[in-house]
Design a protein around this ligand. Sequence first.
Ligand code: ADP
Ligand code: SF4
Length: 685
Amino acid sequence: MNSDNTNPYAVLFEPVEIGPVTARNRFYQVPHCTGAGRNYPTVGAHIRAVNAEGGWAVVSTEQCDIHHTADMRAQIRLWGEDDVPFHARMTELVHQHGALAACELVHNGSYSPNHIGREIPLAPISTPVQGPYPVHARAMNKVDIANFRQWHRRAARLAKQAGFDIVYVYAGHDITLLLEFLSPRINTRSDEYGGSVENRVRLFRECIEEVRDEVGETCAVAVRLAVDELLGEKGITSSGDGREIVEILAELPDLWDVNVSDWNNDSMTSRFAEEGYQEPYVAFVKSLTSKPVVGVGRFTSPDTMVSQVKRGILDFIGAARPAIADPFLPNKIEQGRQEDIRECIGCNICVSGNNLYTPMRCTQNPTRSEEWRRGWHPERIPPRETDDRVLVVGAGPAGLEAARAFGQRGCEVVLAERSRELGGRVSRETMLPGLATWARVRDWRIGQIDRMSNVTLYRDSDMTAEAVIETGCGIVALATGATWRRDGFGRTDRAVIPGAERPSVYTPDDIMDGVEPEGPVVLFDDDHYYMGGVIAERLRALGSDVTLVTPEPVVSAFTNYTLEQTRIQARLMEAGIRIVASHTLTGIEEKMVQVKCTYTGQTSNVECSSVVLVTALIANDDLYADLAQGDHARRIVRIGDCYAPGTIAAAVWSGHRFARAPFAEIEDQAPFAIERVALSAEARV
Ligand code: ADP
Ligand code: SF4
């Protein structure tokens, strides 16, 4: 430990009391989903355990359902005794690494359509549930409120039984019953639970008091509160109701965990928000309470963290994504290894995992969710099992990660890159609007490789088949990437577009190479992730009149999963980009394109001078084809986009897997541990 007075980060390693428990330092992994939920419990437990091992003083669960009237499908739950062992697995592992375990109890109110159990959802008022589901929640009467309080008490007891040290009363985001009661917008009740702020706070207060009553002697009682909904006057604001709620309850909980609502605002991507972006909303809280305050803001810089503490904004550095990207962030700061921090890039690929009900993945940390099922540790990797030298061709995200991880195993590695610049697609894409932070994927890996004497890097090295063979390397990975298709073959029609061979037709690669197409430009986005949107922004910034055509009803449809879609659509609209949704591009002619409605099949023309096709990628596997002929073929594999184009996260993961298992074949049995649902003891007859 290096936390003497000369260490500029010593303040981050001071212990902090939270009611009856003490956190060993100021690093606090706030509640966040993992996508593991109740279906992959041991995957989830090991995610938390590795965070504890990496030095986080508090490690929290995601939201934990307390009752079947709010059954969030894949989330974890504490409905009864049977659920306790599930949580005990997590708390035991977390305790083994010296951290406190926190449980975030929740009733999701009208956010939960209860598709499984079919119970009618509950809310302060009669209201349609959130989302496009044909379900209404009913207004809670006094009996319901009394019952809810009992369920909440019971869940707190069960949490204590499961070994948690901190129990949360949760009114964050726009997805909890308690926030619905606090909200002036939603809670229009006329009884003592509605109307004035004191009345709206009543149920929240009762829950805090009752959790303390149940577990408060040995467990801390934390609250999570959205102090601003970013809805202006019609919502909770940090100068209005948010402030008043904190004033009223100031000393009641043992800890204030404060953020902004809804989740889209709380977990903004780096495309839309900088590190520390929540400070203006949460800064007031500490002036109203003597209890410790935790807040988030995608903190990865130790200097920013120290500044938050020293300026009296926060007592704890809260993190979800920075802890996902680097579970060992606290230990690295403590050991003076700042340059080893694998900083979150703010892409929200992790969030997409949860939104797709799958264990999350992370662009920066390929071991995330693989800790238990594949036995991958984020910092350790088994030493080499071979004396073979390793050649990696291509220094994009896949090649850099493969070379880095193989280097960490102690192998002699040669990394050959055709161009002067390293980083492949990452370097190219970070030049596009809003994506600069993504350069961290490249920079962290180069920083690691630079310090490895066993990894030799050759720039300006265009590798041919002969050159690959000449190296004599026993293990070869081709990480030569992929290229955007020029023929318009995409997801929707899966056919080339007539006229795509015209000289006025471009691809994202052309735009990233600096080509400036003559306007007006039609951009056809049949890829549906970020690329279509950012290329449209780039073209618009160059002064072109831009029309974005997409077969989906909204632009960049996949970004619904990364919480960015509405912001992207707004940004494009505000930039003056015309959006033609629910249309495919069916033909390109001189000075115009033909588009077709995906519902009616009706066609129309859009005039333009140029076309940019953002449809699909094709692997750069010519080198592989040349090498696949001879005897050496068995020691050559393709990784990353050269194997199958995908996300940067997938490329990094592919490079990492190659380093751990270079010649992994597709086997009959899954190469990862599986947790199967236990069959109930008997079937009903
Ligand atoms: P991935 O996402 O799979 O890492 P990228 O497209 O980002 O793929 O990176 C591929 C890298 O491979 C690029 O930097 C490219 O310059 C390099 N490359 C492609 N072909 C060769 C080759 N024959 N020899 C050396 N480098 C190559
Ligand atoms: Fe950060 Fe992206 Fe990893 Fe999420 S997936 S933790 S946003 S780098």
